[in-house]
Design a protein around this ligand. Structure first.
Ligand SMILES: C[S@@+](CC[C@H](N)C(=O)[O-])C[C@H]1O[C@@H](n2cnc3c(N)ncnc32)[C@H](O)[C@@H]1O
Length: 236
């Protein structure tokens, strides 16, 4: 398992953004959470600082915090310039404008690196247990060890790079680990509806797994205000 940092744009979001992207309630946040593809988001750092249970997996955790931050610094201005050059593709509600977006991403990165490189403290588990180097479609956990699995800005977003088969296998893997999975957004990088959403839902149904598209209170990509909620039992 190896990934080149040059192939990755390590942009991460905050706990406030995760709450909105996934419609996370206070009750949801009390659960044992797996966040797949956390990258340099500050979600884990912020939530575990509150004593909550969250494990992040990402192949970039093979690198040091300094290396991840250097890659972020190298692509940051280019990404923000691309956003500024395509105003028709973005909605400025959570962030005020491209500069505000950049400052949020810098803050999330700094919070992540400080936590990732820390030794931990009495309240939260040590970072080495909360940030695990691993990647879909196979994760190193026993069945059902989590209550809720999240995945943001990876599946569906990279529909041009990741096959339908990869999506199905990855989501089945997340369903093996938790009875409920939430994925956001359902748009591609080009801000188009992912062609995989309905085929994935049909494939999941063949395995007795149900799903529903839910509107959420977060929209940065225009039209990107939906998540897929997936569950194994019929009780929800
Ligand atoms: C755009 S970032 C999103 C970070 C975070 N989830 C957020 O929304 O702020 C996508 C992340 O997915 C990770 N990634 C790429 N391939 C992966 C795989 N096969 N399994 C798990 N994570 C992967 C990348 O390393 C990167 O950190």
């Amino acid at each position: 398992m190896s990934v080149s940092l040059d192939e990755i744009v390590p942009f991460g979001r905050s706990l406030a953004e995760y709450r909105l992207m996934f419609n996370l309630t206070d009750t949801d946040l009390e659960q044992k959470i797996l966040d797949c593809g956390t990258g340099p988001a500050s979600f884990n750092a912020e939530l575990s600082a509150q004593g909550k249970s969250v494990v992040s997996v990402d192949p970039i955790y093979q690198f040091s915090g300094a290396q991840i931050q250097a890659r972020f610094n190298a692509c940051r201005d280019n990404v923000i310039a691309q956003v500024a050059a395509t105003p028709e593709n973005w909605v400025w509600t959570f962030h005020r404008d491209p500069e505000d977006l950049k400052q949020h991403r810098i803050a999330a990165m700094e919070r992540f690196v400080a936590d990732f490189e820390s030794r931990g403290d009495g309240l939260r588990q040590a970072p080495k247990n909360r940030y695990r180097r691993a990647e879909l479609p196979q994760l190193p956990f026993a069945d059902n060890v989590f209550d809720l699995a999240l995945c943001s800005h990876l599946l569906f977003l990279y529909s041009d790079l990741l096959s339908l088969d990869f999506h199905v296998r990855s989501i089945l893997e997340l369903c093996r680990l938790a009875p409920e999975v939430r994925i956001f957004p359902l748009r591609t990088l080009a801000s188009l509806a992912s062609p995989y959403v309905e085929p994935v839902r049909e494939a999941l149904l063949q395995h007795g797994i149900h799903s529903e598209i839910r509107e959420v209170g977060y929209e940065l990509q225009k039209g990107g205000n939906q998540m897929l909620k997936i569950w194994r039992s019929q009780t929800q």
